[in-house]
Design a protein around this ligand. Structure first.
Ligand SMILES: Cc1cc2nc3c(=O)[nH]c(=O)nc-3n(C[C@H](O)[C@H](O)[C@H](O)COP(=O)(O)OP(=O)(O)OC[C@H]3O[C@@H](n4cnc5c(N)ncnc54)[C@H](O)[C@@H]3O)c2cc1C
Length: 409
């Protein structure tokens, strides 16, 4: 039997889980993604300060599975009638077409700036390893600049004011990691400027971690107060300038680094596709992940939504969808029946600094030090390869014994 050509767009949680599960004896698998590795994003905030090293949480696509083809490219268009996609090499822009029998769209989403002036230009984001590296670099640069003798006090305070915008899990975890870096490592390397450091977290709503249990959300605010992280709820950013953030209430806040983490929006690619989408521009699918009206094109993860069953944009959802889709594709190739997708919510975890974490699980709510141990164990089991698990354990041990590295290069 001739193998069907299966193209998978993207190398994130949804696409990677499909890739891992799909049988290459049944399909001729081609992956197209501008990122040649998978990133375990739940531990990405830890890489911004060096608690974990960048390469410890990634898995190269080319070695993730045998007998697959990978193209380091963006998909820029889909012709659903001719069953072909148009691609652009992510490095040199060379264009090419690829035919497919089955296509999976798992291209994720991008950070939402809400069109606020200056965010794109002056803010840093936290979605990719390049973002984490830029953050780590900027923290050290600001400390080195702030250590210049005779620098005016106000300028030193500005350089050392670290702002996080967005009180969801990513913003909270980044603020927590930054706090640990300051209090456990930079305090010894930069003792003269440490008293001038401040961290502020702006959140437009009236709670942090609003998808978590209310008691856990309040606990986080209490811990952040103790850690001297200033939490400013109901604070909306109106404009960002090179040295100042302007809030809706008219106040002006000098800052040295701003990390923007206020949720997702769809990519221009997804918005350009000629398929049905919901109000948030996510691709509409049925409960088997077929795009509406197409039995050979699937979509999953942050760029898609099952009609009538809105699931959160999380790795947990994308991963379960990917494993399900791989099983489905394997079954379909053998003419076996498939059942619709059912999501199993296993709960949410978040790190909040000073060796404390939160666990909002269906059966139990946990917080504090023991939950931090659980948080670490849970992510260790979820990392996608033995290599990653071993590297992460070594990184944690290295950080515990020697501290985090603050070199600039
Ligand atoms: C810092 C951070 C921490 C997080 N922590 C958690 C957590 O603790 N728990 C949790 O459940 N979720 C967490 N998430 C959310 C989770 O990472 C996402 O929900 C998940 O990655 C979505 O998977 P996906 O496959 O849809 O997209 P992604 O994982 O975003 O992957 C999209 C892929 O598509 C590729 N791509 C983009 N455009 C194109 C194109 N035109 N053609 C081809 N490929 C393309 C990208 O390069 C990428 O490889 C976190 C996210 C971040 C950023």
């Amino acid at each position: 039997m001739k193998k069907q050509k299966l193209i998978i767009l993207g190398s994130g949680f949804g696409s990677f889980s499909t890739l891992k599960g799909v049988d290459t004896h049944l399909y001729d698998v081609v992956v197209v993604s501008p990122r040649n590795h998978f990133i375990f994003t739940p531990l990405l905030p830890s890489t911004t300060v060096g608690t974990i090293e960048f390469r410890s949480i990634i898995e190269p696509i080319r070695s993730a599975k045998e007998n697959i083809t990978y193209y380091h490219a963006y998909c820029t268009g889909i012709d659903a009638e001719k069953n072909s996609i148009h691609c652009k090499n992510a490095l040199d822009g060379n264009e090419f077409d690829l035919p497919f029998d089955q296509l999976i769209i798992g291209v994720g989403a991008v950070s939402n700036t809400f069109g606020i002036e200056g965010v794109e230009q002056y803010g840093l984001f936290l979605k990719e390893l390049t973002d984490a590296r830029a953050i780590r670099q900027r923290i050290i640069e600001n400390f080195e600049r702030a250590s210049t003798p005779n620098l005016p006090f106000e300028e030193r305070k500005r350089l050392l004011h670290f702002v996080v915008v967005g009180g969801g899990p990513t913003g909270v975890e980044f603020a927590a990691e930054l706090h640990d870096f300051l209090t456990e490592d930079l305090v010894d390397s930069y003792p003269n400027v440490i008293p001038d450091v401040s961290i502020t977290l702006f959140e437009a709503g009236d709670a942090l971690l609003n998808t978590f249990d209310a008691a856990l959300s309040e606990y986080t605010i209490k811990i952040f107060q103790r850690q001297k992280i200033s939490v400013r709820l109901q604070s909306q950013v109106a404009k960002v300038e090179a040295d100042d953030i302007l809030l809706r209430d008219g106040s002006r806040v000098p800052y040295g680094m701003m990390v923007w983490s206020t949720g997702n929006t769809q990519t221009d690619f997804v918005k350009s596709l000629p398929f049905e989408r919901d109000r948030g521009s996510r691709l509409l699918t049925d409960e088997y992940f077929h795009l509406k009206g197409f039995k050979h094109i699937y979509s999953l993860g942050d760029c898609a939504t099952i009609e009538g069953n809105l699931l959160p944009a999380t790795s947990q959802v994308a991963q379960q969808e990917g494993y399900y889709l791989a099983k489905c594709l394997n079954a379909v190739a053998k003419n076996r029946p498939v059942k619709p997708f059912i999501y199993h919510h296993r709960g949410m975890l978040a790190y909040i600094g000073s060796n404390r974490a939160l666990a909002d699980l269906p059966q139990v709510k946990g917080r504090g030090f023991s939950t931090w141990i659980f948080w670490r164990s849970a992510y260790l089991t979820k990392l996608v390869s033995w290599k990653n698990k071993i590297l992460v354990v070594f990184d944690w041990m290295k950080t515990f014994i020697f501290g985090r590295d603050s070199s600039r290069f």
